[in-house]
Design a protein around this ligand. Structure first.
Ligand SMILES: NC(=O)c1ccc[n+]([C@@H]2O[C@H](COP(=O)([O-])OP(=O)(O)OC[C@H]3O[C@@H](n4cnc5c(N)ncnc54)[C@H](O)[C@@H]3O)[C@@H](O)[C@H]2O)c1
Length: 258
């Protein structure tokens, strides 16, 4: 991976965005950088992280690409050591990385179930726990966990995925009540159907029971969401202004779940 990017000293705080190399994570990384944060773009896909970090620097921001699998504690520790050395202590964390799976219950195997839980739920636990000392030392922290409207509505052939995302909502609420008195807020953004590579894989693979245009047509706001619309919600939770907001789940979903 490339080394340190950008030249100007960061005015704000240091943010880590997991899964920052694609989709909503990329949009959130770009927006946080525009708002003056130094952003560590953490992704298992080293090239994706590098590309987003380069875009941030080209736009005048400060970024560091770091490659790590969030389900692997040693890799996360090594990545965060680089972030601290190059950017400073981490006080904003967006737990966005996840993997999807479509499979009817009868065919769902243990390995798939375990992998989805390991990345989507345990990954949030590992990365949050590993940045916690920085937030405790600062007496200030913002954790934003990306869940999914599927955890709220249910979704066919997505039991492992939606169960992992339901866990993310429960984790958010428990950490919010545990960490509030330390100055750390923990909130969740629950996206609806957002136009990203993840959604395109499902659309292109015809993995929905009916064409996606028919699904979207039933939504109160009848279109796919945009990654930038999710990024805006993440950046609100990450802001100074959101200091009295914790344990919340904000749907950015066109009105599909409440
Ligand atoms: N796209 C949608 O319609 C939708 C809907 C609801 C929720 N979500 C959630 O939004 C978040 C962002 O999704 P997206 O649509 O931008 O997906 P995406 O697939 O475009 O991007 C996800 C990124 O996470 C990275 N990643 C995957 N496993 C990782 C791991 N083990 N360690 C580190 N990085 C890893 C990928 O390399 C990728 O860059 C995810 O949590 C997803 O579950 C997506």
């Amino acid at each position: 991976m490339g080394g340190f990017h950008g030249t100007s000293a960061p005015e704000g705080k240091v943010a880590v965005v997991t899964g920052g190399g694609s989709g909503m994570g990329a949009a959130t990384s770009l927006r946080l950088a525009r708002e003056g944060r130094a952003v560590a773009v953490l992704d298992i896909d080293a090239d994706g992280a590098e590309t987003v970090a380069e875009r941030i620097v080209a736009a005048g921001g400060k970024a560091l690409p770091v490659a790590a699998d969030i389900s692997n504690r040693d890799q996360v520790r090594a990545a965060l050591a680089r972030v601290r050395a190059d950017l400073g202590p981490v006080t904003i964390l967006v737990n966005n990385a996840a993997v999807e799976n479509f499979c009817p219950l009868g065919g769902l195997d243990d390995a798939t179930w375990d992998r989805l839980m390991a990345v989507n739920l345990k990954g949030c636990f590992i990365v949050t726990q590993e940045v916690l000392p920085d937030m405790e030392a600062a007496g200030w922290g913002r954790v934003v966990n990306i869940s999914s409207f599927g955890a709220q509505t249910g979704a066919p052939d997505m039991a492992a995925y939606t169960a992992s995302k339901g866990g993310v909502i429960a984790l958010t609420r428990s950490l919010a009540v545990e960490l509030g008195r330390k100055g750390i807020t923990v909130n969740s953004v629950s996206p609806g159907f957002i136009d990203t590579p993840m959604a395109r894989r499902a659309i292109d693979g015809n993995l929905f029971p009916v064409p996606f245009e028919q699904i979207v047509a039933t939504y109160p706001i009848p279109r796919l969401g945009r990654a930038e619309e999710v990024a805006a919600a993440c950046c609100f939770f990450a802001s100074e202004d959101a200091g009295y907001v914790t344990g919340q789940v904000l749907g950015v979903n066109g009105g599909t779940a409440f």
